[in-house]
Design a binder for this molecule. Structure first.
Ligand code: C5P
Length: 395
């Protein structure tokens, strides 16, 4: 809990969480104590409420690491603009923010502040950063604020916060027993020992999908090209360099999977020959001969049986038409279309704007969202398709 007037609702929140079956430990920032006493929250949560790094009376240490390890979820409610800023930038100057930095569990924030503070670009930027790190934001409500003003900034009601957490934990069981292959990132096709052909894929969308699938209880095999990202904890990571390597690894891994999401930006061509030594420049123009790489998605489409196959299409023109052709040709269940025409969609960034095209002709257009939220929409659709399919056959 942080120092906002909405802290008065924290007592009810603790009550509701306990009623829903949770074990609750409360950590407060020093300012939160001005709004509600640790005694109230310690009584309701049946645990001491640490505020400082250590108890000044006896020197007992409040370990932020063990608190972070203990929790299955960390909920910061109310979350002030100040704490959100500290979380977004890694300022660990109180027990709560150090718990946040050491926690490996899912993190939820329920912002609470005046409307102008909430609408300020800095706060919005910080919230976007927090979402891009995989944290969940429980949107504040609109209405009467403590200042007397009307607008967006009231902390979501405790019932709403508990419902969000309950739904999150319910979902964790949705994909248990399923194994999913996710391909991610770019491939690198060497020309000689120092040069290569590649593309701008960052791997962010694929890694977000791996995290979301794992969060819902699936076993995830993340088959990744070279990316500067840390894979989500608990997923099995297979690292490859070239399209050819990705192809072999994917065909082997897919056999033991119930489905695959093909998110990698695989090179369509690779140099016919890789030179052993650095190619020297010459006066005349130089022609590099390329050959086709195997189409991994199409190969998995041929062997898929009852497995689920999801692909991506990044198009610059005739988007829908091209994506639909790919969906059919590669025998996918649905395809995620992102257009390079939409600003903030596609390669590199933290956001994406997608359209899902299904085999039965259905189409769903989504707004611009963080890649983690897009991953959640895609996994929702995967769940829907799985429910409508007979039991996945494995060979
Ligand atoms: O044909 P195109 O490359 O546009 O198709 C994109 C989809 O196919 C993506 O899902 C991508 O991961 C997959 N793909 C693949 N192997 C290739 C080329 C594309 O798996 N060689």
């Amino acid at each position: 809990m942080t120092g906002s007037i909405a802290a008065y609702k924290a007592a009810i929140l603790v009550r509701l969480l306990i009623r829903a079956g949770a074990e609750v430990r409360v950590v407060m920032t020093p300012t939160a104590k001005a709004f509600i006493t640790p005694l109230t929250l310690a009584t309701l949560s049946k645990s001491p409420v640490p505020v400082e790094f250590f108890n000044p009376e006896n020197g007992a240490w409040n370990s932020h690491v063990s608190l972070g390890e203990w929790a299955d979820a960390l909920l910061i409610a109310p979350a002030t603009a100040c704490t959100l800023a500290k979380m977004a930038t890694g300022v660990a100057d109180n027990l709560l923010t150090t718990v946040y930095l050491s926690a490996k569990c899912p993190v939820f924030v329920a912002p609470a502040m005046d409307l102008d503070m909430y609408a300020h670009p800095t706060t919005q930027y910080n919230l976007d950063s927090l979402k891009s790190y995989g944290n969940y934001v429980i949107e504040p409500d609109e209405g009467e604020l403590a200042s007397g003003l009307q607008g967006k900034g009231r902390m979501a009601e405790p019932e709403q916060i508990v419902a969000t957490l309950t739904q999150f934990f319910d979902r964790q069981a949705h994909l248990s027993g399923k194994t999913v292959l996710v391909t991610a990132g770019p491939t690198i096709e060497p020309i000689d020992p120092v040069r290569f052909i590649s593309n701008y894929s960052s791997g962010k969308m694929g890694y977000a999908l791996a995290a979301e699938l794992q969060q819902r209880g699936a076993r995830v095999i993340l088959l990744t090209g070279k990316c500067a990202l840390t894979p989500p904890a608990g997923v099995q990571v297979l690292e490859v360099l070239t399209a050819e390597e990705m192809y072999h690894a994917a065909c082997t891994a897919f056999k033991s999977c119930d489905g695959a999401v093909m998110c990698a930006a695989v090179a369509d061509y690779t140099p016919q020959q890789v030179a052993d030594a650095k190619i020297k420049k010459q006066e005349e123009a130089w022609t590099l001969t390329l050959r086709r790489t195997p189409d991994i998605a199409a190969a998995l489409g041929e062997m898929k049986g009852d497995r689920l196959l999801v692909g991506f299409a990044l198009e610059t023109d005739h988007e829908q038409q091209n994506a639909r052709l790919k969906l059919e040709r590669k025998n996918m269940d649905f395809i995620v279309l992102n257009s390079l025409r939409d600003q903030g969609a596609g390669f590199g960034g933290d956001t994406n704007k997608v359209t899902l095209l299904c085999r039965n002709g259905d189409q769903t257009d989504f707004e611009m969202k963080s890649k983690r939220e897009v991953a959640s929409d895609i996994v929702d659709e995967m769940e829907r398709v799985w429910h409508s399919k007979p039991q996945a056959a494995q060979s």
